[in-house]
Design a protein around this ligand. Structure first.
Ligand SMILES: Cc1cc2nc3c(=O)[nH]c(=O)nc-3n(C[C@H](O)[C@H](O)[C@H](O)COP(=O)(O)O)c2cc1C
Length: 207
């Protein structure tokens, strides 16, 4: 299959309009199961070291479990807030949408039980492969006009306990997903002046 310049431009427009969506922008509308499958189909099209496909997706719908994960966020976020000092506007930031989004997905790395081609020297390659799957998921969700938020202010150990995840798995990402009221045109942290956007020239070095 040969793509056109228009296809490349369309892909770039999906990249640049993908956003991290937090709670205040999620709508309660459930996501159709077939759409969830399409998005996860995109996730598992990601590259993986040695084609190990070490990913697993736990779709969390249960309210009690989500409440427990939310409480874990609140307690970790209170600790995080202290690290930014009194003058910071960190406490005003909305950094999750665990309860507002219609579904949460815990993305797991399944630890290998045999030697994985390509992972013999750099042991984290399997985990990086799972991150590639998350990026695919995030982008395909955007193509369906569905927002995704990555919630990382959580202790993996606690999340695993709440969700009953065994030792053969490692938590890579905890995602929230749902239809949204709007996608911001730029990252929220850029709009709020928390960080600046790097230009492509700033991050390239020819050696
Ligand atoms: C690995 C990873 C973890 C993140 N964790 C959080 C988080 O805990 N809470 C949050 O609000 N955003 C989180 N984000 C979203 C980033 O803040 C966001 O991607 C960044 O500000 C750029 O905005 P954009 O994704 O809308 O372009 C995370 C993003 C990544 C890639």
């Amino acid at each position: 299959m040969k793509f056109t310049l228009r296809d490349a431009e369309l892909l770039q427009s999906i990249f640049s309009s993908r956003r991290d969506v937090r709670g205040n922008r999620f709508q309660g509308t459930p996501i159709e199961e077939e759409v969830v499958r399409k998005i996860l189909e995109a996730a598992i099209s990601a590259p993986s070291v040695g084609f190990s496909q070490p990913w697993k997706f736990l779709i969390v719908q249960n309210d009690a479990k989500r409440e427990a994960i939310y409480n874990e966020f609140v307690s970790e976020n209170a600790k995080a807030s202290k690290k930014f000092g009194d003058n910071s506007f960190y406490p005003t930031l909305k950094l999750e949408g665990i309860k507002e989004s219609p579904l949460n997905i815990a993305v797991l790395y399944q630890k290998p039980t045999k030697t994985v081609l390509g992972q013999t020297t750099q042991k984290k390659m399997g985990e990086y492969s799972v991150v590639c799957a998350i990026q695919n998921l995030w982008l395909m969700a955007r193509a369906y006009n569905i927002g995704v938020g990555w919630v990382s202010i959580l202790r993996p150990k606690k999340v695993k306990k709440i969700l009953g995840i065994g030792d053969e798995y490692k938590l890579i990402g905890y995602l929230t997903m749902g239809y949204v009221s709007e996608f911001l045109d730029e990252p929220e942290l850029l709009k709020l002046g928390w960080e600046e956007k790097k230009r492509v020239d700033e991050v390239i070095e020819w050696v």
